[in-house]
Design a protein around this ligand. Structure first.
Ligand code: BMA
Length: 802
């Protein structure tokens, strides 16, 4: 008999179990499942939007309140023997009651739960209550018992298995949620049932695709059971012997094509079907590829080919993760891929993401590095936390196993470094801090459940517990001196093996800030300051301008210059890291996305708008890059084809006159770097404040200045602009800018005129006489001419000349 799956997503209400500062109607408010308390209270009009102004400040009570979610559902007995109530995710500490009888309790957001309930169900209406204990109550009680532990934040997140950044981060608000955050259903079946399927797809020693299946069955009787697995036209019959619960089988699948990240090839995916007896079926999808990690160099090889990682760090895309739709993830991934990104790191202060996330990564060819959810703190290894960690890790290793995109398991974010370098050892006084997780439990579970993927104990990490974690010559590093303390040119102080985090802040798009903050957008406005969570962040933004760009005197200049400086700082780092390949084999920018409107390190802001950094990354992460470092031109070719042509180098005055010219025939093999020393005639200016170096090779042009903009004799900007209507292709307006003087980093911000407007290009430097065309889409403009002047059209010239 086919199992029956009955989702329970309707008719929910939410009540507070205790006093609240807002009046909750008797009978509760309508609740959305999957969802959470904050979004339900918002929908009911009981709280203001937590993302706007400083409303966050008045919502701290929600995480300190106990809540009950309740629904009634109709049930009529079917022919089945067994029924489980299945939760894919509860956030977090809850007791579950069916018709008033407790069926179980939970304490971990990162796993699912099932409770047998058939005996409690009755004909007609039944009730289901999920009673949540306030996360603070649980976490603080645990903390009181174990003693506080050292970490970067004072919130008690290490004492509860719940998304850490929910308690606030240096880019995120403190909005501590409760709720049924993933689907819930009743599942009924008869006889044996598929309890779990694990699919591991890789390549055997001869490079032939293979699939290793582990099928776990839930059974009562002790008869022999028959099962099968089918993939790519090959199937195998399996038997589960009497009394056994598990069968394993490995299939060679020679007809399958190999899966690659999009930077290297195609993404063939194959349906896998597992059947147990006549009735129970599991369906999934996988792809076949091999993954190797060369540990000292931290080189990732896919199908034996070294891959230079052009990565971005991912944080939860919303403080309320149930709001993150498949479409939203897809959009974010498209934004990443359009920048040339081939790997996304799911950072340890967040989640094991949804199935949608990994399915989309499989389809689009994005590699995924998955941190286990531990970040920036010592974590206790005492019970019941230890068993919860083991349970969540087991479950997620199996759930995510089929995804070819997933290529690395990483123990934590910055906890090894914290323990080694941030003075934690003294504070710990011998107490547990997570060593047993990162060096024992997690590697043992990975080796047992998923031996196809490398495990790396944490990031940064140098490959052995005795070594300093942040050694540039070994393993991964996180570079945070830049941004926190020193100028971004210090990225170039040394060569690194693999930079897993580095980044620089900038404000969100104007339209995003305008939506998030009411009142005038003035320099230093307290409401803008509320949307900056980093310690001393606003001062670091200004300090970071260094001698690169002038200090801003108005909000508009602040917004433009700090966004531009963010873009330049990160691009500078990437050019440096890529110029060192293959010694350096990866960079992962902190960070791709935001969870709300905030000044942060993100390239795409909390409303999904692309910041100037996004455009700079698109150039810095392009397959082909020209990078000048230490008088040497680096032609970085991370494409599958050789890069050949005539390199033209000119040293020019700022008004465009060629003062020196050199040409050379150059060739760079696929996935290689060629280094061309700059001839003195172009390497050395007569007057660096009045000259510019231009390197041209085929389509690519790099414009390098000999001096920082604050010392450059940039002329006052002069240009002609024409704005014309677009065409049927969807382009709303074409903005053609013709330079009458050199124009440094031209940028167009059409979202200042219409929040829906976008532009296709930014940060274009023009020599006198040259033109650029910007295409604006999505805009409905009353006055299109406004696209042609500040504050919509900007360049550096107009900030150095008032
Ligand atoms: C690293 C990250 C995050 C943080 C970022 C910026 O520590 O792992 O914890 O948001 O730096 O400070």
């Amino acid at each position: 008999m086919t199992p029956r799956h009955l989702p329970l997503h309707d008719g929910w209400t939410l009540v507070a179990d205790g006093p609240t500062p807002v009046e909750i109607p008797t009978g509760g408010v309508p609740a959305t499942v999957p969802g959470c308390v904050h979004t339900d209270l918002l929908a009911a009009g009981l709280i203001d939007d937590p993302y706007l102004d400083d409303n966050e400040k008045r919502l701290g009570w929600i995480g300190r309140t106990d809540w009950t979610y309740r629904t009634a559902f109709a049930w009529s007995a079917d022919e089945h023997d067994s029924t489980d109530l299945r939760f894919d995710g509860l956030d977090t500490v809850a007791t579950v009651l069916v018709n008033g009888t407790e069926v179980g309790s939970t304490a971990n957001q990162h796993r699912g739960y099932r409770f047998p309930v058939r005996q409690l169900l009755r004909e007609g209406l039944n009730t289901l209550d999920v009673r949540f204990t306030a996360p603070y109550t649980y976490a603080e009680t645990m903390r009181d018992g174990l003693g506080d532990l050292p970490g970067a934040y004072s919130e008690p997140y290490p004492f509860i298995r719940k998304m850490a950044c929910n308690f606030g981060w240096d880019w995120g608000p403190t909005l501590v949620t409760s709720g049924i955050w993933r689907p819930v259903a009743l599942e009924s079946w008869t006889g044996p049932r598929i309890a779990e399927v694990k699919v591991l797809a890789d390549l055997d020693g001869n490079g032939v695709p293979r699939l290793a299946l582990t099928l776990d069955v839930d059974r009562a009787g002790d008869e022999e059971l028959t099962a099968s697995v089918a993939v790519v036209g090959i199937s195998a019959a399996l038997t589960v012997p009497p009394g056994e619960h598990r069968v394993t089988h490995t299939l060679s699948v020679p007809d399958a094509e190999v899966w690659w990240p999009h930077s290297h090839g195609e993404q063939p995916l194959y349906d896998v079907t597992v059947r147990l007896g006549e009735d129970d079926t599991w369906a999934g999808r996988t792809g076949f590829r091999g993954v190797t990690l060369e540990r000292d160099a931290f080189r990732v090889l896919i199908n034996d080919e070294p891959v230079f990682v052009r990565g971005v760090n991912w944080i939860p895309d919303d403080c309320f993760p149930a709001r993150v739709t498949r479409q939203r993830i897809s959009d974010r991934f498209d934004q990443a891929i359009a920048m040339g990104v081939n790997l996304i790191r799911v950072w340890g202060g967040g989640l094991y993401e949804s199935d949608d996330f990994y399915e989309l990564a499989d389809e689009k060819g994005l590699l995924v590095w998955q941190d286990f959810p531990f970040a920036c703190s010592a974590y206790p290894e005492e019970q019941p936390l230890y068993d919860e960690v083991a349970a969540e890790v087991r479950e997620n290793l199996v759930r995510l196993a089929p995804h070819p995109s997933l290529v690395l398991w990483c123990g934590n974010n910055e906890n090894l470094e914290g323990h080694a370098d941030w003075g934690w050892q003294e504070e710990l006084e011998g107490r547990t801090w997570g060593h047993g997780y990162y060096h024992e439990l997690l590697p043992a579970l990975c080796a047992d459940i998923d031996p196809t993927r490398p495990y790396w104990p944490g990031s940064p990490y140098s490959g052995s517990p005795e070594l300093p974690p942040n050694d540039p010559a070994l393993g991964t590093v996180h570079l945070w001196e830049v941004w926190n303390r020193v100028d971004y040119t210090h990225y170039a102080d040394t060569a690194h093996r693999f930079v897993a985090e580095f980044g620089f802040q900038g404000p969100p798009a104007y339209a995003t800030l305008r939506r998030a903050v009411s009142g005038p957008l003035d320099l230093g406005a307290p409401l803008i300051a509320h949307h900056q969570k980093a310690e001393d962040g606003d001062a670091k933004l200004l300090r970071g301008l260094g001698d690169h760009l002038p200090q801003p005197a108005s909000f508009d200049d602040w917004h433009w210059l700090t966004q531009l400086n963010q873009a330049r700082a990160v691009a500078f780092g990437i050019r440096h890291f890529r110029s060192h390949s293959p010694y350096c084999m990866g960079a992962i920018v902190w960070q791709l996305n935001d969870c709300w409107p905030v000044v942060s390190w993100a390239a795409v802001d909390g409303d999904g708008r692309r910041k100037p950094l996004w455009y700079a990354l698109r150039s810095a992460y392009a397959d082909r890059l020209v990078a000048v470092r230490d008088g040497v031109l680096h032609l970085v070719n991370d494409s599958a084809h050789p890069w050949e042509g005539t390199l033209r180098l000119t040293r020019r005055s700022l008004d465009g006159v060629v003062l020196a010219e050199e040409t050379a025939e150059v060739g760079t093999a696929a996935r290689a770097v060629t280094r061309v020393p700059l001839p003195p005639s172009v390497a050395e200016p007569e007057d660096g404040t009045r000259e510019v170096l231009v390197a041209e090779l085929g389509e690519l042009r790099a414009v390098e200045f000999y001096e920082e903009d604050t010392r450059l004799a940039l002329p006052p900007a002069r240009y002609d602009v024409t704005v014309t209507d677009g065409d049927a292709s969807g382009i709303g307006h074409r903005v053609t800018v013709t330079a009458r003087t050199l124009l440094r980093d031209l940028a167009l911000f059409p979202d200042r005129l219409d929040p829906a407007a976008e532009v296709d290009d930014m940060l274009v430097t023009l020599l006198p006489g040259e033109s650029a065309v910007f295409h604006v889409t999505g805009a409905v403009l009353k006055d299109p001419e406004a696209l042609g002047s500040p504050p919509v059209l900007r360049c550096v010239n107009d900030t150095v000349h008032g």
